[in-house]
Design a protein around this ligand. Structure first.
Ligand code: NDP
Length: 320
């Protein structure tokens, strides 16, 4: 069943990570009466990490879940209408834009802010999920600090893995880099940086078989060399997965310009997409920085862009 008379909103925000809630805070304070749909993972990727130590304003660090609860409370206190729901389709061919939630509820929105985030790709091992947050991480910048002076492994051979391996090498005693083929995918410059870092040992033709632990935390990783057919256990306390991310933008692919991996393209220095009144922020459009604080920054930009767009439209209407 669908609703007969669609609800009309000025500003509809899709997604509840730092970008979405920050857009909500700014849009609410600009009196746009925003409505935010959380998606399935309320709070986004940060709810899947443990401690966040690099978000400014928390001198003692904060748990990711608690931080996102605070984002939500702040957005709600300022007047954002936060709803649990998953956007299942959009129609950006007409103004106002049409957005369908949970396949049943249609809303019409003057502006839409997309903050659907991205998801890390995982290897798909049970042990990887079991120890996620307890030695397994998909974000070196977020979690590397917890492994200072320790031995860790990182899987992947693209630019992200290369960048994260060199980042981790500054903090950790030893970094094993697990490369499944006999070559890197990363750019030559990044690859050379890895090769020239003394405490990184690159293991080529190496696949991850199982992450080992004591039931609480990671204690090692079993790897398999697909050339020599040898198994080996590496003693490590941290296991970083850097095999790519996929932006959660599938829903918009018929409407919005995207790069080849699905990140939404926005006009230089703004959050404006190729469709009037549709703005994108956070990890759905940023494949370079992907930090909570940068996502929050672009969420703020999206709300300001939406507010200015509506004000310019209003001005045109009253001028006619
Ligand atoms: P990529 O898709 O470029 O690389 C993924 C890597 O993970 C590949 O080496 C791939 O191996 C490996 N991999 C995938 N699945 C598995 C698996 N199951 N087991 C082991 N290894 C696996 O992703 P990135 O995140 O590295 O980069 C995404 C984009 O962002 C790229 O265009 C990159 O250039 C860009 N980027 C640029 C940066 C910069 O310029 N500073 C920094 C970071 C990213 P294989 O090679 O065998 O397929």
């Amino acid at each position: 069943m669908t609703n007969d008379i669609p609800e009309k909103v000025q500003c509809l925000i899709i997604g509840s990570g730092p970008a979405g809630y920050t857009a909500a805070i700014y849009a609410a304070r600009a009196d746009l009466k925003p409505v935010l749909y959380t998606g399935l993972l309320t709070g986004g990727q940060l709810t899947q990490t443990t401690e966040v130590e690099n978000y400014p304003g928390y001198p003692d660090g904060i748990q990711g879940t608690e931080m996102m609860e605070n984002f939500e409370k702040q957005a709600a206190r300022l007047g954002c209408d936060i709803r649990f729901g998953y956007v299942t389709s959009v129609d950006f061919s007409v103004l106002p834009h049409k957005v369908v939630v949970d396949e049943t509820t249609t809303l019409l929105a003057d502006t839409v802010i997309i903050s659907t985030g991205a998801s890390a790709k995982w290897l798909g091992l049970d042990s990887e999920q079991k120890y996620n947050g307890f030695g397994v991480s998909a974000c070196a910048v977020c979690d590397g600090f917890f492994f200072r002076g320790q031995d860790i492994a990182i899987v992947g051979a693209g630019d992200t893995a290369a960048e994260e391996a060199t980042y981790l090498a500054k903090l950790c005693r030893k970094v094993y880099m697990l490369v499944r083929r006999d070559e890197f995918r990363a750019s030559k410059a990044m690859m050379h940086r890895v090769e020239n870092t003394n405490n990184i040992e690159i293991l080529y033709n190496t696949e991850t078989k199982e992450i080992l632990g004591d039931g609480q935390v990671v204690t090692g990783v079993e790897v398999f060399n697909n050339k020599t057919l040898q198994h080996q256990v590496l003693d490590i306390t941290g296991f970083f997965v850097a095999i790519g991310h996929h932006p959660n933008t599938e829903l918009f692919k018929d409407w919005l310009d995207m790069n080849e991996t699905g990140y939404i393209l926005t006009k230089n220095g703004s959050t404006q997409t190729n469709i009037e009144g549709v703005f994108a922020c956070g990890d759905a459009q940023d494949h370079i920085y992907r930090q909570a604080v940068t996502a929050a920054g672009t969420g703020c930009m999206a709300a300001i862009d939406a507010e200015r767009y509506l004000a310019a439209k209003e001005h045109l209407l009253t001028a006619v």
